[in-house]
Ligand binder design. Structure first.
Ligand SMILES: Nc1ncnc2c1ncn2[C@@H]1O[C@H](COP(=O)(O)OP(=O)(O)OP(=O)(O)O)[C@@H](O)[C@H]1O
Ligand SMILES: [Mg+2]
Length: 333
């Protein structure tokens, strides 16, 4: 039987925005199984990074949180001292901009070996040799030379590899990857993702993979959850998300992708603009942009409903729409 690595139950997070507390996550229910890669997609501001930061216990100290969060079998909120330090080594987070998370005046070697030396008491020579091995795994050329270089001497793509190699040195059980390839050009992105995917599978590491790109999520994630205005509005097998979406928003996102084969004349943008959780109307948050919305959609809260054990969706018309071809195969807009 698989064991859940992450379990979020009814997670709500409030943050102070312009002096007042507002909900940025609203009743998130999400599970990540051992060895699984779970994609998290959705427009800007939908709450993807906040979800990852919650799991990593990296929320701003002003955050007010409700709900249950269990990570690697431990209650996240009760972690302190040694248990919190263990959490920090077992759960690694990598962000979009590597330069913001690396000290510019220290060498790559010092950066890569610090946690090994201080947290795992590995001696300097062994730590440097482990760092070289990790760089080799990430296909970084001239690894020994890299250890003597400074961050500004490396390209963004190379620095991101260094950061991932450094995280992997601690042998994390869970990687939280937040838009790690968004700032890179297409071929650098493809190389990085392919290497990460291979390494993850080899190590049996679980991963939460945040991206704007549905196709990228589908390529490397077993399941994908779609977020909208601080809620999960659909979760199911990545492979079926495009071909068989259950939520009109998922169908709209899918239809908004540029087609690969045909000449693109016009992209099908999702009409309207994305909302933050606290701007969302009563009832379904997507209703103002949804061409299938009726009065019932905004009359009360819409629960996340399980269609079966693999599919959950937050739409009162989901079953009815799914029976027609209204949402199928990118035909939404
Ligand atoms: N430190 C903060 N203080 C207050 N509000 C914040 C803070 N960080 C994010 N928010 C708000 O929380 C909401 C969710 O933000 P989050 O960063 O999780 O979105 P996201 O889905 O990751 O978006 P993007 O794709 O742009 O990275 C947004 O409305 C954002 O403005
Ligand atoms: Mg983000």
């Amino acid at each position: 039987m698989t064991q859940s690595i992450v379990e979020l139950r009814n997670l709500t997070v409030e943050l102070p925005i312009r002096g007042e507390y507002h909900e940025v996550l609203r009743g998130i229910n999400l599970q990540l199984e051992s060895g699984e890669a779970l994609g998290l997609v959705g427009e800007s501001g939908s709450g993807k990074s906040m979800t990852a930061k919650t799991i990593g216990r990296l929320l701003p100290s002003t955050a007010q949180v409700r709900g249950e969060v269990s990570v690697l079998g431990r209650d996240l909120w009760s972690l302190q001292g040694a248990a919190l330090r263990q959490h920090r080594t077992e759960v690694a987070m990598v962000f979009q901009d590597p330069r913001a998370h690396i000290n510019p005046v220290r060498t790559i070697g010092d950066f890569m070996t610090e946690a090994l030396r201080t947290l795992k008491r590995v001696d300097q020579r062994t730590a440097r040799s482990m760092a070289v091995d990790a760089l080799v795994e990430l296909a970084v050329s001239e690894p020994e030379r890299r250890l003597h270089q400074y961050p500004h001497e490396l390209s963004g793509g190379l620095l991101q590899r260094v950061l991932i190699a450094t995280m992997l040195l601690m042998k994390p059980k869970l990687l939280l990857a937040d838009e790690i390839s968004t700032a890179l050009d297409v071929t650098t992105q493809a190389d990085l993702i392919a290497i990460l995917d291979k390494l993850r599978r080899k190590r049996g590491m679980s991963m939460l993979f945040i991206t704007h790109d549905l196709d990228l999520a589908a390529a490397i994630c077993d399941r994908t959850a779609v977020m909208y205005a601080g809620q999960v509005i659909e979760a199911q097998a990545s492979a079926r998300l495009h071909s068989d979406p259950w939520h009109p928003y998922t169908a709209a996102l899918s239809a908004a992708r540029p087609p690969l084969e045909e000449d693109v004349v016009r992209l099908n943008a999702v009409p309207g603009r994305p909302l933050s959780a606290f701007e969302a109307p009563k009832g379904c948050s997507f209703a103002p942009r949804c061409r299938f919305a009726t009065d019932d959609c905004t009359s009360g809260p819409v629960p996340l409903t399980e269609i079966d054990e693999h599919i959950s969706v937050r739409c009162i018309r989901a079953r009815e729409l799914h029976q027609t071809d209204a949402l199928k195969g990118g035909t939404y807009v």
